[in-house]
Design a protein around this ligand. Sequence first.
Ligand code: HH2
Length: 289
Amino acid sequence: MENAIRWDAPGLGNGDDARTMRRVPGTWRIMGVLNVTPDSFSDGGEWFDHGAAVGRGRELIAQGAAIVDVGGESTRPGAAPVSEAEELDRVVPVIEALAGQPAAQISVDTSKASVARAALAAGATFVNDVTALRGDPEMAATVAEAGCDVCLMHMLGEPRTMQQDPRYNDVVAEVRAFLEERMEAATAAGIAEDRIAVDPGIGFGKTLAHNLELLRRLDEIAAIGRPVVIGTSRKSFLGRITGRDDPQQRLMGTVATNVLAFERGGRIFRVHDVAATRDALAVADATLR
Ligand code: HH2
């Protein structure tokens, strides 16, 4: 794990990335989304072919992604589950081809320990688990043994049913308590605290009002003291506000939410549209600094 980025190391982000933002030092990073799936909600099928996926990954890095998040299973509400063999087939060759690029860290978006293990062996140094280590009993030990970075994300319920009437008394307090509990479980399993990032899970068992409240009060999640990952990119709540049904038309909404999240302490921005988000965050960073 020597080439993994330690979250707390000063100046290790897009700010020191030789290819991108050398003149704007900072500790925030863009995580570019690379879905090697036929059915993801906004880009399903676009990068399903191996060559297209590798080319897209290189493009995301060239545009300023410090992390490329490679996923082989859609988590959109109602998505069909993918077998372990199929998920391995989709992500491992792409990770092998992208790993070793000096400018970026490769992440695997999976909740299966076997897929995480194979991805780590292929060169990934980051596990993005939307179940926060609850989906597979072997995941925590897999991450602990590898010594890699991990993102723990909040989700209410499971993808198939999570958008059916989600309820909270205080969504921010409950998400924060959940993330703190999962951090404790992770460290108890031997994962170093400085390898952990947390994510409120925008759109995962949340109404429009819940998503907006989490963004508005993101500073309360940042107060946990670990880097906050934020994933609003092209999501349906942006379409509800703007009237844009086509996810690819939701870039402006995506940018607005990422700038607001940055101002409230978000530090890792998971987006499909890397170049535009990078410009917006560079301006926000230069202004607020
Ligand atoms: N959102 C998606 C998938 N993985 N991981 C984290 N940490 N945070 C998120 O908000 C998040 C995530 C859903 O987006 P996408 O990958 O574009 O769609 P799909 O799940 O349909 O492939």
